[in-house]
Design a protein around this ligand. Structure first.
Ligand SMILES: Nc1ncnc2c1ncn2[C@@H]1O[C@H](COP(=O)(O)OP(=O)(O)OP(=O)(O)O)[C@@H](O)[C@H]1O
Ligand SMILES: [Mg+2]
Length: 251
């Protein structure tokens, strides 16, 4: 019989754990399909958490559930952000309390320039970021502010998608495969930016297929497998654990 090793350390995590973002016993469904099967994990303020796992493990579904998109539907469990019950909120309310999701397809709005895409998302400073602050972080976007957003390169579109999230007053950035399809040199550039975003106090959940790159950046990692958590610990532990890497990440 193939018994899965239990790398998970969160079995006894209290529902009241004083983490910044807490997911507690979350179960989520697409119709009758039971996808996220009772997961619990904490994200501490200002850290980068890598959320990893094979294709179909439930990473995107977990991000969508936290962002309260309604699909998948969370039927059981609690999600708390900075003492506020996200699980009772709609997606626009989750966005208002500081959650920023950058989906895999980036959703740049066609027919609008870079700057118009940013302005559409912008909340007036001091709550949101000023355009100058965003452009200081992404000089490439400043150079291309008048260019139509959808004509940017893949890497630049990813930068625009992240920049747009920052234009709101976010506390938590949820990134779904930001490195997908990008050359290593562009990944370097985005990684550098994510470090600066972290220095500014923003908490990040990073979903990535490129697990090694994600683990090099992240403080901690949670690994999903068929809708459950199989590991919760430091990024360094994953990098050092060959069995874990081979079994769940194929690296
Ligand atoms: N809209 C949907 N309706 C029904 N099932 C879905 C839907 N979206 C995803 N699923 C299923 O949920 C499971 C988890 O999918 P999810 O997209 O969360 O995985 P993932 O870990 O992000 O995978 P990948 O690495 O391929 O992006 C998969 O079996 C998938 O087929
Ligand atoms: Mg996915």
């Amino acid at each position: 019989m193939n018994v899965k090793p239990d790398f998970s350390k969160n079995a006894n995590m209290a529902a009241t754990a004083p983490a910044f973002l807490s997911v507690w016993d979350m179960h989520a469904y697409y119709g009758e399909s039971y996808i996220v099967q009772g997961i619990s994990f904490n994200v501490h303020e200002g850290e980068i958490l890598a959320l990893l796992g094979r294709n179909g493990a439930g990473k995107t579904s977990t991000l969508r559930a936290i962002a309260r998109l309604g699909d998948p539907e969370v039927r059981r469990g609690e999600i708390w952000l900075d003492h506020q019950p996200l699980h009772t909120m709609k997606s626009y309310e989750a966005s208002q309390v500081g959650l920023g999701l950058v989906p895999e397809d980036r959703r740049i709005i066609a027919g609008l320039t870079v700057e118009e895409n940013l302005k559409l998302a912008q909340i007036a400073p001091p709550l949101g970021w000023s355009l100058d602050r965003v452009y200081d972080l992404f000089p490439r976007l400043r150079e291309r502010r008048a260019q139509e957003g959808v004509t940017l390169s893949g890497g630049e579109q990813q930068m625009l998608a992240i920049a747009r999230a920052l234009c709101r007053d976010i506390k938590v950035l949820l990134l779904d495969e930001p490195y997908e399809g990008l050359a290593p040199v562009i990944v370097d550039e985005i990684e550098k930016t994510l470090r600066i975003i972290k220095e500014q106090g923003i908490t990040t959940i990073l979903v990535e297929q490129n697990a090694v790159r994600a683990l090099q950046l992240a403080d901690r990692a949670v690994i999903l497998d068929t809708g459950g958590i199989v590991f919760d610990g430091t990024a360094a532990e994953v990098l050092e654990n060959k069995d874990l890497r081979e079994e769940y990440l194929a690296i």
